[in-house]
Design a protein around this ligand. Structure first.
Ligand code: SAH
Ligand code: SF4
Ligand code: F3S
Length: 496
């Protein structure tokens, strides 16, 4: 009984794949090294753009052969597309046995067992939050899953861990599918989060990434006490062993002064801030139902650099959203130049069924125009990223060494952002967390023995490549930077 999970989408999905693996392993399943060796293939899916879904459906189609040759083999679809398409998945991909929504990961093993026993398709998803407005069932996700003891064996790197602090989203940006597939916004109780991080620290975790769709909107009210993200960061800072804390993604209007001061003052909080702007024109932000004007976003950028001068700000942008004119697009270019983002993830608008934009606005920017705008914005951003990277040449930075570089393995963080990081035609390559795990554990050394091209990250999340011993993975080291490209710094280990 071996399983193999393929993951697309955001960090939420990467974490969910870890949780699903933990569930399967605790039910007696073993991890397979490849799809070929597996009896159960799980696709953890994303619905944020159509392209992401098409990739999954075509991968499902291609598995027909695999399934025909392997009696007793099973295919499960979990994640956001499972919630969005529900039983329609069985119609479009008849070889699928299990459909499991992102709020039902704790039922995955039961569904798989039932499908195996009965040969009948099994499904568990959440109720529609719009239909069941006041139904507690609309508030989903199982907190039970967050048992970090089980997570240890499913984390690609023992010293890094993602911790979800919020579920769902209530912002309802007009273009977005996330609020309908991930459900209502909920903040996790601080004591659960702190308890989990405490156990992770005992396991040797030094770097924590806090996850939420609008992570800086975190707010937990208990009696007359309200805990905000800044309070949580202060509490996490007291946990011995935790050296770095990052949080993604932030919503611009919740980037409050108390949060920026926490980032500035707390030794463990890192100055990497992912605050998607989405667009640089007020008219478009209005149609996108973002709750700020460009002036407010710029004011926030000024405030970030004032409070945290070393901050690395990153953003997401959508080009070619409904009705976008050339002038409006140029305002996005202006904003990129103004904010001097470390980097931006740029997406061509993709209409998603059922949301406000799909219902009320025309997806009227031609594909070739979307593509050109995408490339133009990317070129501007690359120029800025390179200029920023170059300012590090000659300087010494502290990094957390992650492991052998991409040449030899695939970095976890790259896998995390694979979908959005790459220029957007290359979106959504399937990422196998299993492959990541296998390669990060690989102990077969090449002819250079213990030496390898190693990679690590600065506290601003800049990737640094250097030559060193594989045994440095998980350690903090100083590197003198000798050269730079837009997204990578190269340097030499500074021996103490
Ligand atoms: N919660 C995060 C983003 C989640 S989705 C946040 O608000 O920051 C990641 C990114 O995908 C978004 O920031 C947006 O830039 C992009 N995106 C969302 N819906 C999209 C759509 N319909 N078409 C193209 N890009 C989209
Ligand atoms: Fe989507 Fe907007 Fe929520 Fe982000 S804040 S998940 S873009 S609705
Ligand atoms: Fe993430 Fe995609 Fe779902 S971006 S929340 S996996 S729709």
């Amino acid at each position: 009984m071996k399983f193999y999970i393929e993951t697309v989408g955001c960090q939420m999905n990467v974490l969910d794949s870890e949780l699903a693996s933990a569930e399967l392993i605790s039910a007696g399943w073993e991890r397979a090294e490849s799809r070929k060796d597996a009896t159960l293939v799980v696709f953890n899916t994303c619905s944020v753009r159509e392209h992401a879904e098409e990739k999954i459906y075509s991968a499902l189609g291609r598995l027909k052969h695999w399934k025909a040759q392997k009696p007793g083999s099973l295919i499960a679809v979990m994640g956001c597309m499972a919630q969005k398409d529900q039983s329609r998945i069985f119609k479009r991909a008849p070889n699928v046995d299990v459909v499991c929504g992102p709020g039902q990961i704790d039922q995955l093993t039961t569904l798989v067992a039932r499908a195996a026993a009965t040969g009948e398709p099994q499904i568990a998803t959440s109720v529609d939050r719009f239909v069941h407005k006041n139904d507690p069932k609309a508030v989903r996700e199982s907190f039970r899953l967050y048992d970090p003891k089980r997570l240890k064996e499913t984390r690609p790197r023992a010293f890094q861990a993602m911790v979800r602090i919020m579920f769902g989203c209530n912002k309802f940006c007009s273009y977005c599918i996330v609020p309908s597939v991930r459900g209502p916004e909920q903040s996790r109780p601080p004591k659960d989060i702190l308890n989990e991080i405490g156990i992770l620290a005992d396991q040797g975790v030094v770097e924590i990434v806090l996850l939420g769709q609008t992570v800086n909107s975190y707010r937990y009210v208990e009696g007359d006490k309200t805990t905000r993200l800044s309070d949580l960061l202060a509490e996490i800072d007291k946990i011995p062993g935790i050296r770095r804390v990052r949080f993604v993604s932030s919503y611009p209007t919740d980037m409050t002064d108390d949060l920026l001061q926490a980032v500035r003052d707390l030794p463990s909080s890192t100055p990497y801030l992912h605050v998607p702007a989405q667009h640089g024109a007020d008219s478009m932000l209005e149609r996108m139902r973002r709750r700020y004007a460009v002036g407010q976003y710029k004011e926030m950028v000024d405030r970030i650099y004032e409070t945290v001068p070393e901050a690395a700000i990153t953003s997401d942008f959508i080009v070619g959203f409904c009705g976008e004119t050339e002038e409006e697009f140029q305002q996005t270019v202006d904003l990129v130049r103004y904010a001097r983002f470390k980097n931006s993830f740029i997406f061509k608008y993709s209409e998603r069924p059922g949301n406000e934009a799909a219902r009320t606005m025309a997806d009227d920017v031609p594909e070739d125009v979307k593509k050109r705008r995408n490339n133009e914005l990317l070129a501007v951003q690359n120029e800025i990223s390179l200029a920023q990277s170059e300012t590090f040449v000659g300087k010494t930075v502290e990094i957390l060494v992650e492991g052998p570089s991409k040449k030899e393995t695939k970095s976890l963080s790259d896998a995390l952002i694979e979908e959005s990081d790459a220029p957007s035609d290359k979106e959504t390559d399937l990422t196998s967390v299993d492959q990541l795990l296998a390669s990060s554990r690989a102990s077969v050394f090449g002819e250079r023995g213990d030496r390898a091209q190693m990679t690590g990250r600065t506290k601003c999340d800049r990737i640094v490549v250097f030559d060193g011993s594989r045994s440095l993975a998980g350690e903090f080291r100083k590197i003198k930077i000798t050269s730079a490209t837009p997204f990578t710094l190269c340097g030499k280990l500074v021996e103490d």
